[in-house]
Write a protein that binds this ligand. Structure first.
Ligand code: ATP
Ligand code: MG
Length: 937
C-alpha cells in the first residue's frame, strides 16, 4: 500500500469514528516556547488537553509534520528513524478512553477494509500496573497473554519516567504496538497514550486521577508504510527510495544498502527532506534556535557529501526529488521549490568554502590528542572551529566519538559565552512554576484589554510585584528596580506581534505610577514601571492612562507596516513574506523573505506605492471572525504563524487583509509622511527594511533637506545641482593630485571649481531632494548626514592642493626632469644634490619619488631653507643602492650637523631638520662629497 494511501485511510477511518480532521500544525510552533520544532501530533492540542480553550469538538485526527532533533544520531543507522517524519494521530479530549482507543487501533491495523496487517505479526506492551489496558488487549482484542508485555515507566509512561522523576502535571501510561518484520526487527509503529493522572510532587501517592481523561496516539507514517510494503527500512518506501536514488545520482555513486555510502545517502535523504520542509516554512539556516538546527542538518549532510568526494553544492539538486515525493500531501511545496533550493545552495556553498581547512584542523587536533593521550576534545577549540570554519559542535562531537574521543560541552558553552554568542545547542525550556507572575496566573486567568477602544480607563489594582515578590502594598517612592502592576482591565497594550508595549501612568488616590513598558504573559498584561508618588495598594480603584501621543505614533507605524507588506509582495512577489517585525513610535522595522537585495528602483516603487495607499485615505477596519472565514475572505496567512480561532482581521480598503492583534489607525491617511530609510540583509534570504512615519518621517525629511542645503551652501549651487557640483569637485581634486604627482605646473584654467549660479526659481520636490542627497552620499561613499562635512573637507583639499601647486610653480625649475638634467654621473649612478627653494618636505619627497620612478640608479639630496631659522633636508637613494648597502639615513645624518641639526630615516628615504640656513651651501657640498665617498666604498 502506497504511503499517500495510508495517510488518507487513517484520517478517513477516524473520521468514520466521529473525529474532526484537523490540518497539520506548522513545523515551528512560534507560540510554544517549550519546543523548537513540533515533535508530535499532540502538541497543537496542549491547550485542549488542559481544558484551556473552548472545545468545538472532543475527538480529533491529524497527520502532523514532526521534526525530532533527538533522533539525529539514529538517522541512517537504524532502519526506522528520521528527523522529519509524519505522525498520524487520534485524540480524545475527555471523550472516549482506553477501550475505544485500543479497539480502534486494532481494527484499523488488521481489518481487511483498512490496513489488513496479519495479526500474528503484532505484539503490544502496556505499563507495569495498567491492568485495565492489558485486560482490553486480552479480552476485547483477544491477544494471548504472551503477546502483551509489561514495561516500566521509562518505556511505557508519558512523559518517560514521570512517576519517579517528574515533571508535575498531566501524565499517563501508554501502550505500544510492535510489528515483527522479515528482517528480524521489532518495530514500534504506534503508541497509544492514556493521559489519566495529574502528578503532584514526588512518590509515593503522587499520581491523582484526572477528572477528564484524554487519549493521544501517534502512529509513524513511514514506519507503517515500511511494514506494509515489506521493505527493510523506512528509506526504501515508495516516497523515500526515489529520493535516496536521486541523492545517489547527484553524488555520482550507486546506492548499496549495507555500506558506508548507503548510510550516508540515507542521512542525506533525511536531512534534505527535513530542510526542504523547514525552509519551505521560512525557517532558514542560521545561528540560533530552530535556524541553527537546520544549519546543523545541512552542514552534516554536506560533510557526508564531502567525504564522498564532492566539493560543490549538491543538496540543492535533490530538493526537486523531495518535492516530487511530498507534493501529494503538501501541494504548496511546488510553489517554493526554487527558493528552497537556492537557500540550501547558499548555505552549502558557504560551508564548502571553509570545510577543507576545518577538517584539516580537526585531523590535527585528533592526532595531537592521541599523541598526548587526551581523551576529551577541548570545548574552546570546538568553539573556535565553529566560529572560524563553521563546523557545528554536534558534528565535531560525532566525529570525535567516531575516533573514541569525548567532547567537552561545558567548555564549549563557556567559550561561546565568552565570545558573547549563544551556544546554539537546543535549549530545553523547562515549563513549570516560575515565580510571582505564575502565582498570579493561578488566580487571575485573563486581564481584560480595552486598548482597541480607548486609551484611558478605570480599573482595580489587583497585584503588585516588587523584588520578585507579590506584595499588597508598596510605599518606597523612586526605588531603583522596576515594579510590576497588574489590573483587572487595562487600555495598555502589552508588547506582542512586533508592536512595542504602551507607556503612560496609573493613578489613584494619593499615588502615581509611571508605566515605562507593558508586556504580556499568557492572558496577563503586566505594567512595568516606577512609583513616583504616594503609596500603592492592591484592591484600590485606579485610572490607567496610556501616553496618547506615543500610542498614536505606534498606530501610524503599525498601519504603515501592513501597507509596506502589501507593497513588498506586489513588487517582489508573494514570497516576500513577513519574517519578523518591530513597530515602535513612528518607526518600523520589517524583515521579509527575499534572496537578493532589493534594487533602488524596486525600493522606490515600493515606497511610492505605499505613499499612494496613504494618500488614498482608505478606511481601516478590524473585525473578529472565525479563522476559516478569514481565510475565505483572503486574509494573508503566514507560515510559521499559529493563529487563534476566532481571529482578528485588519483590513485596509480592499487591498490589505492581515490577521493581527495590534492597534491600528482608522484610516490609512493618518499615517502621514512615510519614508523608507534603509534596506539591508539580515541573514541568508532575509532582507530588512526600516521606515519612518508621521512626526519622525517629517523630522527626517527636514533633516534631509537641511543637510542638502548645507552641502549646496558650501558649493554655492542650487539643491538639485549638488551631485553634479560634487562630481566636478571630485574631478578637480583628482586632477590636481595628478598634476602635483607628475610635477606639472598649475594651469590657470584648471584647478578651479566651476561655480554655477544659484537657481532661485522652483523649489524641488522632496523626492528630488532625497535622491540628490542619496546620490551625493553614494558618490562620496559616506552616510547622507556626512555629506556637507565631506564636501567641506574636499574643498579644503582643493585649496591645499592649489597652494601646493602654486608653490611648485614659484619654486621654478622644480620638476623631476629639471633636477635630473643637473645630475652628476658617478659610475652608473645619477647623483642629484640641489636646493629646492620654496618646496615643502612633502613636495621634496614627491620629487625624489618621481625621479626614482623614472628608473636607473639614483642618489638624491634636496635641501631648502624655511624662513631664516629652519632648514629641511631630504635624501633618497634607489633600490639598487640600498641593496649595495648605501643608506639615505646615513647620508642625511652625516650632513645635518653642518646646519645645526639631526635626523634620520629609512635606508631609502630620510629627512632631517636644521637651524642654520646660512650654512646651506656648505651642507650641499658636504652632501656631494659624502655620496662620492659612499659610492666609492
Ligand atoms: P522510538 O522509541 O522508536 O524512537 P518513540 O517512543 O520515540 O519511538 P513516540 O514518541 O511514541 O515514539 O512517537 C509515536 C510514533 O511516531 C512511534 O510509534 C513511531 O511510529 C513514530 N516515530 C517516533 N520517532 C520517529 C522517528 N524519529 N522517525 C520516524 N518515526 C518516528
Ligand atoms: Mg524516540
Amino acid at each position: 500500500m502506497k504511503t499517500d494511501e495510508i495517510r488518507k485511510k487513517y484520517l478517513e477511518f477516524f473520521e468514520s469514528k466521529g473525529h474532526t480532521r484537523c490540518p497539520s500544525d506548522v513545523l515551528v510552533p512560534t507560540w510554544d516556547p517549550s519546543v523548537l520544532f513540533t515533535p508530535a501530533g499532540m502538541n497543537q492540542f496542549k491547550d485542549h488537553f488542559l481544558g484551556k480553550v473552548k472545545l468545538d469538538f472532543t475527538k480529533a485526527t491529524t497527520c502532523q509534520k514532526c521534526l525530532r532533533t533527538g533522533d539525529i544520531d539514529n538517522v541512517g543507522r537504524t532502519a526506522y528513524h528520521h528527523t522529519f517524519f509524519e505522525m498520524l494521530g487520534n485524540f480524545s479530549f475527555g471523550d472516549y478512553f482506553k477501550r475505544e482507543a485500543i479497539n480502534w487501533a486494532w481494527e484499523f491495523l488488521t481489518d481487511k477494509k483498512w490496513l489488513a496487517i496479519d495479526p500474528a505479526r503484532l505484539t503490544v506492551t502496556v505499563y507495569l500496573d495498567d491492568d485495565e489496558a492489558a485486560e482490553i488487549w486480552r479480552k476485547d482484542v483477544g491477544l494471548s497473554a504472551d503477546r502483551i508485555e509489561r514495561m516500566g515507566e521509562h518505556d511505557n509512561f508519558w512523559p518517560a519516567g514521570a512517576p519517579t522523576d517528574g515533571p508535575d502535571g498531566v501524565c499517563g501510561p501508554c501502550s505500544e504496538i510492535f510489528y515483527h518484520d522479515d528482517f528480524g526487527d521489532n518495530v514500534e509503529i504506534w503508541n497509544l497514550v492514556f493521559t489519566q493522572f495529574n502528578r503532584v510532587g514526588d512518590p509515593p501517592d503522587n499520581l491523582r486521577p484526572l477528572p477528564s481523561k484524554n487519549i493521544d496516539t501517534g502512529m509513524g507514517l513511514e514506519r507503517t508504510a515500511s511494514v506494509l510494503q515489506g521493505v527493510q527500512t523506512n528509506y526504501h518506501i515508495d516516497i523515500l527510495r526515489p529520493i535516496v536514488e536521486a541523492a545517489a545520482e547527484v553524488v555520482g555513486t550507486k546506492y548499496v544498502f549495507d555500506s558506508d555510502t548507503g548510510r550516508r545517502l540515507r542521512r542525506i535523504t533525511d536531512h534534505v527532506r527535513a530542510c526542504t520542509m523547514a525552509v519551505h516554512e521560512n525557517v532558514y539556516p542560521g545561528a540560533q534556535k530552530e535556524k541553527y538546527v537546520i544549519r546543523r542538518l545541512l552542514r552534516r549532510a554536506v560533510l557526508d557529501g564531502h567525504q564522498m568526494g564532492l566539493r560543490d553544492p549538491f543538496l540543492c539538486k535533490i530538493v526537486p526529488a523531495v518535492v516530487e515525493q511530498m507534493k501529494a500531501a503538501y501541494p504548496d511545496l511546488t510553489e517554493t521549490t526554487d527558493r528552497v533550493a537556492e537557500v540550501i545552495r547558499n548555505e552549502e556553498s558557504n560551508f564548502f568554502g571553509t570545510i577543507d581547512a576545518g577538517l584539516a584542523r580537526i585531523e590535527r587536533i585528533f592526532t595531537e590528542m592521541k599523541a598526548d593521550n587526551h581523551a576529551t576534545v577541548d570545548g574552546a577549540e570546538a568553539a573556535d572551529l565553529y566560529q572560524t570554519y563553521g563546523v557545528p559542535p554536534e558534528v565535531f562531537e560525532t566525529m570525535a566519538a567516531e575516533s573514541n574521543l569525548a567532547f567537552d560541552w561545558d567548555g564549549y558553552r563557556r567559550a561561546m559565552a565568552a565570545h558573547g554568542e549563544a551556544s546554539g545547542k537546543v535549549a530545553h525550556t523547562v515549563m513549570g512554576d516560575k515565580g510571582p507572575v505564575d502565582a498570579i496566573k493561578k488566580v487571575l486567568h485573563r486581564v481584560e484589554f480595552l486598548g482597541y477602544e480607548t486609551t484611558e480607563a478605570d480599573a482595580e489594582l489587583k497585584f503588585i510585584v516588587a523584588q520578585e515578590q507579590l506584595c499588597d502594598h508598596l510605599r518606597e517612592v523612586g526605588r531603583d528596580e522596576t515594579v510590576t502592576v497588574v489590573l483587572d482591565r487595562t487600555p495598555f497594550y502589552g508588547e506582542s506581534g512586533g508592536q512595542v508595549g504602551d507607556t503612560g501612568e496609573i493613578v489613584g488616590e494619593g499615588f502615581r505610577f509611571q508605566v515605562s513598558d507593558t508586556q504580556r504573559d499568557a492572558g496577563l498584561i503586566l505594567h512595568h514601571g516606577h512609583l513616583t508618588e504616594g503609596e500603592l495598594r492592591t484592591g484600590v480603584p485606579v485610572t490607567a492612562r496610556v501616553d496618547m501621543a506615543r500610542r498614536q505614533a505606534i498606530r501610524r507605524a503599525h498601519s504603515a507596516t501592513h501597507i509596506l507588506h502589501h507593497a513588498l509582495q506586489k513588487h517582489l512577489g508573494s514570497h516576500a513574506q513577513q519574517q519578523g517585525s518591530k513597530v515602535d513610535q513612528d518607526w518600523l522595522r520589517f524583515d521579509f523573505t527575499n534572496l537578493a537585495p532589493v534594487s533602488a528602483e524596486q525600493l522606490q516603487a515600493i515606497e511610492r506605492d505605499s505613499i499612494e495607499q496613504v494618500a488614498a485615505a482608505q478606511p481601516i477596519v478590524a473585525q473578529t471572525l472565525p479563522l476559516a472565514k478569514a481565510r475565505e475572505r483572503g486574509a494573508m496567512m503566514l507560515f510559521g504563524e499559529k493563529y487563534p480561532d476566532p481571529v482578528r482581521m485588519v483590513s485596509m480598503g480592499d487591498f490589505s487583509k492581515e490577521l493581527c492583534g495590534g492597534i491600528h489607525l482608522d484610516n490609512t491617511g493618518e499615517v502621514g509622511p512615510f519614508e523608507i530609510i534603509t534596506e539591508e540583509g539580515v541573514s541568508a534570504g532575509t532582507r530588512r527594511v526600516v521606515a519612518l512615519t508621521g512626526e519622525r518621517a517629517k523630522e527626517h525629511a527636514e533633516q534631509t533637506h537641511a543637510t542638502l542645503a548645507r552641502a549646496a551652501e558650501h558649493l554655492s549651487v542650487s539643491l538639485t545641482a549638488v551631485p553634479e557640483a560634487i562630481r566636478s569637485l571630485a574631478l578637480n581634486v583628482r586632477e590636481l593630485k595628478k598634476q602635483l604627482a607628475s610635477g606639472a605646473k598649475k594651469s590657470d584654467e584648471e584647478g578651479k571649481t566651476k561655480k554655477s549660479t544659484k537657481a532661485t526659481s522652483s523649489t524641488p520636490t522632496y523626492a528630488a531632494v532625497k535622491a540628490a542627497l542619496r546620490e551625493s552620499a553614494r558618490m562620496l561613499n559616506v552616510a547622507p548626514l556626512d555629506v556637507p562635512d565631506r564636501v567641506a573637507a574636499m574643498q579644503k583639499d582643493l585649496v591645499d592642493l592649489t597652494a601646493q601647486l602654486e608653490q611648485m610653480a614659484e619654486s621654478g625649475e622644480l620638476s623631476a626632469d629639471a633636477l635630473l638634467e643637473k645630475a652628476e654621473t658617478i659610475g652608473d649612478t645619477n647623483m642629484i644634490v640641489a636646493e629646492t627653494a620654496g618646496a615643502n618636505p612633502n613636495l621634496m619627497r614627491q620629487l625624489i619619488d618621481q625621479i626614482r620612478k623614472k628608473g636607473g640608479s639614483n642618489a638624491i639630496f634636496l635641501a631648502t631653507a624655511v624662513g631664516d631659522s629652519k632648514v629641511v633636508l631630504v635624501a633618497g637613494v634607489s633600490r639598487d643602492l640600498v641593496d649595495r648597502g648605501l643608506s639615505a639615513g646615513d647620508w642625511v645624518k652625516e650632513v645635518a650637523p653642518i646646519v645645526g641639526g639631526g635626523g634620520g630615516g629609512k635606508p631609502d628615504l630620510a629627512q632631517a631638520g636644521g637651524k642654520d640656513p646660512a650654512k646651506l651651501g656648505e651642507a650641499l657640498k658636504a652632501a656631494q662629497a659624502t655620496m662620492r665617498k659612499m659610492l666609492a666604498a
